[in-house]
Write a protein of this length. Structure first.
Length: 90
């Protein structure tokens, strides 16, 4: 694996992943200015694939989130996905 461009910060906080108009509860493992590593449940892992677009909300109650971060899935393993931030929607 190559070297990281940005410093990552461990956080282990709840978040929401939105994919194909469905919200999934997840946990933010770490975050940087360029992306994040997210722990997700099996049902999401079966739907998401490297290259897919999704949105990340940095809260566990989507109705109360002030912003959505547009992301692209760049890595995936048995319990986590890595995303690259593409933009933000307020």
């Amino acid at each position: 694996m190559g070297s990281r461009k940005n410093l990552r910060v461990d956080c282990y906080s709840p978040c929401t992943l939105n994919f194909e108009c469905n919200n999934y509860h997840a946990k933010l493992v770490n975050i940087s200015i360029g992306g994040a590593l997210i722990s997700v449940e099996d049902d999401v892992l079966n739907k998401l694939h490297v290259g897919d677009d999704c949105d990340l909300m940095l809260c566990d109650k989507p109705d109360l989130c002030l912003a959505k971060y547009s992301c692209k899935v760049i890595s995936q393993n048995s319990s986590k996905i890595g995303v690259n931030f593409q933009g933000v929607h307020l």
